[in-house]
Design a binder for this molecule. Structure first.
Ligand SMILES: C[N+](C)(C)CCCC[C@H](N)C(=O)O
Ligand SMILES: O=C(O)CCC(=O)C(=O)O
Ligand SMILES: [Fe+2]
Length: 421
């Protein structure tokens, strides 16, 4: 079935190299002769380094580096990296994809040790590095995660002894910043210590890794229990675990908290890895995980307090996964802000409540709860797409400052430092 290296070097599938007179690769698939075992070409190179390929009626099948890949012909034409199709200076496509014939098929195919060569009906030649294809193919992508993470419960997080990064090293060195971002990407939380406890210094920290996301709460915010806004956060009450801004179409990516003052009792911060809990749901009840990832819900923020009038609505499922590998990238969980469910029929809604209960039970397991007392000088960064936060009720005067950050820009900073993000 497979043309091994020798035939690849000859630039022909082995059965074609053996059966002279069979003409071009443009034969309709049905008339192509599938080689028998006897007709197969063999080679001595290790299997992992060999390349084998076969042209089908509507796609090219390629096996390289232990990966079996299938490429649509339009895809192969569309991703051509030749100078006329792709601008290597700007890393942008110049080819007008809409000008490619949807029925296009290569006129000739050839593979050498490192490269796949395709000649198109108009004579244009496209070259792909085999390594590039493995990295950029659907099959290659499916094998890897987009975001490497360490899922945690309290025990795992404590055992890992993730260090806080010192403020000066965070601000002044690439190593400090990189260490911080690596921790943040792996665990979804990270601390900076020895920060001057002011809003201005907290802002300098935030701007070291990202852009501040301005919202209805402002850019940098202070908050205390003065009910200046129509939300429980602005009271002394306990807040159960949740993610913030679920009522935005795109919830804020990162939340920064810096406690500037607390004269009183209680007020500890609760942190729970939402992805760890979701992973437990996936293990126990995959159908429930699927329901939570498929059923869209609304979250809503309605505020009419003083001069603040807001009505925000965000729509999306509780669990958001990449469809090609089922990898979680966003959890939207806030029972306070969840809106009336009117997007789901009654029988599905009951199953949804069951699934939501399973997830909530996991999120509430005491062993999954990490409790920390935020103190002046120690800033906490939370991945609001992954880690839920909450707080214990408190007494006395407590003031926090912080901001939200745009997620794209945090990941941008991380990638520029060489991290996979
Ligand atoms: C953080 N800050 C105090 C500014 C806003 C709090 C927003 C609280 C809201 N219920 C939510 O979960 O989004
Ligand atoms: O007061 C706290 O520690 C956190 C309150 C909260 O959930 C928020 O501001 O988003
Ligand atoms: Fe919150």
């Amino acid at each position: 079935m497979w043309c091994r290296r020798l035939a690849c070097l000859l630039g022909l599938p082995c059965w074609q190299s053996r059966r002279a007179g069979h003409g071009s690769l443009g034969l309709p698939h049905s008339t192509r002769i599938v080689p028998t075992a006897a007709a197969r070409c063999h080679h001595t190179a290790p299997e992992s380094l060999s390349c084998a390929w076969q042209l089908h009626g509507d796609h090219l099948e390629l096996r390289y580096a232990n990966t079996l890949m299938r490429f649509d012909f339009v895809w192969l034409r569309d991703h051509c990296r030749s100078a006329s199709c792709y601008n290597a200076k700007t890393n942008q496509r110049s080819l007008d994809t809409a000008s490619v014939d949807l029925g296009i098929k290569p006129k000739a195919v050839r593979v050498d040790e490192t490269t796949l060569f395709l000649t198109w009906p108009d004579g244009h030649v496209t070259r792909y590095g085999l390594e590039w294809l493995v990295k950029n193919s659907y099959e290659g992508q499916k094998q890897r995660v987009m975001h490497p993470r360490i899922l945690w419960n309290a025990e795992i997080y404590r055992q890992a002894q993730v260090p806080s990064v010192d403020c000066r090293s965070f601000l002044e060195t690439d190593e400090g910043l990189k260490e911080f971002l690596q921790n943040f990407l792996l665990y979804g939380i990270a601390f900076v210590e020895n920060v001057t406890p002011t809003k201005e210094d907290t802002q300098i920290l935030a701007e070291r890794i990202s852009l501040i996301r301005e919202t209805i709460y402002g850019r940098m915010w202070y908050f205390t229990s003065d009910f200046s806004r129509g939300d429980t956060a602005y009271t002394k009450l306990a807040l159960d675990r949740h993610t913030d801004t679920t009522y935005f179409q795109e919830p804020c990516g990162i939340q920064v908290f810096h406690c500037l003052k607390h004269e009183g009792t209680g007020g500890r911060t609760l942190l729970v890895d939402g992805f760890y809990a979701a992973e437990q749901v996936l293990r126990q009840a995959p159908d429930q995980f699927e329901l939570l990832s498929k059923v869209p819900l609304k979250h809503e923020y309605v505020e009419n307090v003083g001069d603040c009038h807001n009505h925000m609505i965000g729509v999306g499922p509780v669990l958001n996964v990449y469809p090609w590998n089922n990898e979680l990238y966003l959890i939207r969980y806030n029972n306070y802000d969840r809106a009336v469910i009117n997007t789901v029929p009654y029988d599905v809604v009951h199953r949804w409540y069951t699934a939501h209960r399973t997830l909530t039970a996991e999120l509430r397991r005491p062993e999954n709860e990490l409790w920390v007392k935020l103190k002046p000088g120690k800033a906490l960064f939370i991945d609001n797409w992954r880690v839920l936060h909450g707080r214990e009720a408190f007494t006395g005067y407590r003031q926090l400052c912080g901001c939200y950050l745009t997620r794209d820009d945090v990941l941008n900073t991380a990638r520029l430092l060489g991290l996979q993000a």
